[in-house]
Ligand binder design. Structure first.
Ligand code: GLN
Length: 552
């Protein structure tokens, strides 16, 4: 009987954060999907922000926008990339969302005069959301990552919900603890004690892990597996080695080698439906990690470099991955260099000239004033020196501003995001956005998620996509001012993609006769680039970069 029940796998972090819970969650999802089971992945973020849209990327990493428009954590991007499909609003929750629904219900008298409490009401709202995600996806297995580390105040309620779920369905719930085993330099020996302590911490919540993913520099050896098995009351074969790897895409391959997928199906009482076939994935993982492939150098000119808690590259995670996928497809290895646009501003023409050495230049998305003039300098340089250029969102808006300033001669051209009083607001706030800004309604109010666009015949964009109608994900408040479109087009820039009503400019490009690849998108193509289906615009941009390298 129990075999027909839905299965839940909770992924929890022990010892410390940043050791790859998201990659473990994604890998388990991919492996079980390959075994023939429909899977959905859920990310739980314990903070009180209702979504990730209001957080600074230098502190929290990239904001990943779902097809629906929900602004989520960057882990959701990895989930989509590993599963190779879109995820839904149901697959993401924050404490903010959970409390917001409980409080809204309380205000509507839906608790019938009861005292509303974290247990049971908030806990049950968490469980309701987990079940709703499974139902929405029609999945057989849900893999749910609880953000943070065991012992945090913030995520305790989610662990409590996970515990209660197992009480209700003893045969259908697994707990996976992703832990870290340090090898202190002074000792030169891998230590299991922090993991033992983390398991004991988890035990104090009433939860016993079924699997430990042992993250470490070198693979954990048999002796230490035995030790952990005894001290943590575990099966030895449920302690899985996860040594450092050069690319996250190798993780599912390693787990498959260690038969983690078989062991999990076994523990969930699920029969093997088919052998996992990772042939295409393996080919891709080797290609992306192949440092011996011919190199292309790409400069990303951005401003999110004053890192807070997070690694710099997190702020532009999907952009980096999109480059990797297309480079692998073209049999190349992309070397990415971070160029701080604020330094270009300070260093002027001399600093900008270093860009000559790159095969391609990207200006990614961004907000606000800082570093903008440096980005415009970089764009002008790319245009004049005919270096392949790809602008993403802000990178497209600034490309149009640069063109208006230096080709049309509108020297004051700007975006009203930066200069409200500009005489030439070439980029202006969208009509429906004006009210949100006036009312200080910032959360979840941008133009978000998927919108369609039509592509003009005979353009770079149309040639890349090989179709007329596309759908791409957005996240912006400003747009190319329709009042300037004619003037800009008559000066040679083509708006090759527009919204179906022709009002919003979605892609700007220079004709191939003028420049090998100068193109910007109002949307974020990087959000839909996937390992086995790289994004056509990234691929065409890199193709142009490879050509430039060959000609050098
Ligand atoms: N700041 C710009 C806007 O709001 C661009 C946004 C972005 O790059 N995501 O329109």
């Amino acid at each position: 009987m129990a075999k027909e029940e839905h299965k839940y796998i909770f992924v929890l972090g022990g010892v410390m954060s940043g050791v790859g819970k998201g990659v473990v969650t994604s890998s388990i999802g991919l492996l079980l999907q390959q075994k023939g089971y429909p899977v959905n992945l859920v990310k739980i973020d314990p903070y009180l922000n209702v979504d990730a849209g209001t957080m600074n990327p230098t502190e929290h990493g990239e904001v990943f926008v779902l097809r629906s428009g929900l602004e989520t954590d960057q882990d959701m991007g990895n989930y989509e990339r590993f599963l190779g499909r879109d995820l839904a609003n149901e697959d993401y929750m924050t404490s903010g969302m959970v409390y917001q629904s409980v409080i809204t219900r309380e205000r509507a008298l839906e608790y019938g005069g009861k005292c509303v409490e974290t247990i049971p009401h908030v806990r049950d709202e968490i469980l309701r959301r987990i079940e709703a995600a499974a139902a929405y996806n029609g999945s057989r297995v849900s893999v749910i990552e609880i953000g943070g580390t065991i012992g945090d105040f913030q995520n305790a309620l989610f662990i409590e919900a996970a515990r209660v779920l197992k009480m209700k369905h003893p045969e259908d719930v697994l707990y996976v603890m992703v832990s870290y085993l340090p090898t202190p330099g002074t000792l030169g020996e891998m230590k299991t004690k922090p993991t033992q302590t983390a398991v004991r911490d988890l035990n104090s919540y009433g939860v016993q892990p079924d699997f430990i993913i042992a993250r470490s520099k070198e693979p954990i050896d048999e002796k230490r597996k035995e030790k952990l098995a005894i001290w943590c009351n575990m099966r030895k074969d449920h302690i899985i080695a996860a040594p450092d790897i050069s690319s996250i895409y190798e993780a599912p391959l390693n787990f498959e080698k260690d038969k983690l997928d078989d062991a999990m199906l076994d523990a969930l009482h699920l029969p093997e439906k088919k052998k996992a076939s990772l042939t295409a994935w393996r080919k891709f993982a080797f290609a992306t990690a192949n440092v011996k492939a011919p190199k292309i150098s790409i400069a990303i000119v951005g401003k999110y470099f004053d890192t807070g808690d997070f690694v710099l590259s997190d702020a532009y995670l999907s952009v980096i991955e999109a480059i990797k996928f297309s480079a692998a497809k073209l049999g190349h290895f992309a070397q990415i260099t971070w160029v701080n646009s604020k330094n270009l501003e300070k260093g002027g023409a001399k600093a900008t000239a270093i860009l000559e050495g790159y095969d391609g230049i990207i200006v990614p998305g961004g907000f606000g004033e800082s570093g903008i003039e440096g980005k415009i300098q970089a764009i002008r340089f790319a245009r004049e020196k005919k270096i392949p250029y790809f602008g993403l969102c802000y990178g497209m808006q600034l490309m149009v501003i640069e063109y208006a300033r230096h080709v049309l001669g509108l020297s004051d051209a700007n975006t009203t995001e930066i200069k409200k009083s500009t005489t030439h607001p070439v980029v202006d706030v969208m009509l429906e956005q004006k009210k949100h800004l006036a009312d200080n309604k910032y959360g979840g109010t941008m133009r978000l998620g998927v919108y369609p666009a039509y592509l003009k015949k005979g353009t770079l964009a149309r040639a890349a996509y090989k179709k007329e109608l596309i759908e791409e994900r957005h996240r912006h408040r400003y747009e190319i001012n329709p009042a300037y479109v004619k003037q800009i087009e008559s000066a040679g820039l083509i708006f090759s993609g527009t919204s179906p009503d022709g009002v919003l400019m979605e892609i700007a490009e220079l004709p191939r006769t003028t420049h090998p690849f100068m193109l910007g998108t109002q949307f974020h193509p990087e959000l839909q680039a996937r390992p086995l289906t790289p994004h056509p615009l990234f691929t065409e941009f890199l193709r142009a970069a490879i050509l430039r390298k060959k000609r050098k």
